[in-house]
Write a protein that binds this ligand. Structure first.
Ligand SMILES: [Zn+2]
Ligand SMILES: [Zn+2]
Length: 189
């Protein structure tokens, strides 16, 4: 297998709870991106034995395969991004960033197309160089985010006084959010 990100059901600490785990296989080389619980795979042998059992490697509800290197079809990466939670997409992108030296711009251009549109300005950015915002609960202790934001927008939409991020800055005045404006008004009265 080459250039294949494997997303599979790992986890399972108490036998009933699972979570998405990730591995990358390229030219036979196995990389454990994130594995947890008894169903997590630490080696290629475990991944083949537990997850990739069928010969044709047809995706099913237990695992998904994505080709994510530069040469791949762009829609494979879009598929991964749409199919997975934003927190997991971010985690995987950050792993590639750290382990494949992608902070180097020349290198990353030739390697992984792990880019996504900023939720605010729609400009495409490298996922690992953005920030997750808009946290919400998804049941139990799990949380996810509904926004992935470029640093330009983070800066623009963060209040200068309370340093909170806002999805839109319509009510900002001189880079200060509406709540801090209220406070200043009260203090001046
Ligand atoms: Zn932006
Ligand atoms: Zn504020």
């Amino acid at each position: 297998m080459i250039n294949t990100l494997v997303e599979y059901k790992g986890g399972g600490y108490d036998g009933c709870f699972w979570e998405w785990n990730y591995a990358f296989i390229d030219k036979g080389q196995f990389y454990d991106i994130f594995s947890s619980g008894y169903a997590g795979c630490k080696t290629k042998e475990q991944l083949y034995a537990r997850v990739l059992r069928n010969k044709e490697l047809e995706e099913n509800s237990d695992f998904f395969l994505y080709k994510i290197r530069k040469k791949s079809e762009e829609n494979e990466i879009i598929h991964f991004i749409k199919n997975s939670s934003l927190a997991n997409v971010y985690g995987v992108a950050t792993w590639f960033y750290a382990n494949f030296g992608l902070a180097d711009e020349n290198k990353r251009e030739q390697q992984f197309k792990l880019i996504i549109e900023c939720s605010i300005c729609s400009e495409k950015n490298f996922i690992a160089e953005m920030k997750l915002e808009g946290m919400y609960g998804i049941g139990g202790i799990a949380v996810d985010h509904k926004l992935i934001v470029c640093y330009d927008c983070i800066e623009k939409n963060t209040c200068e006084k309370c340093h909170s991020f806002f999805e839109d800055r319509d009510n900002f005045k001189n880079d200060v959010c509406e709540y801090c404006q209220e406070e200043t008004k009260e203090n001046n009265e």
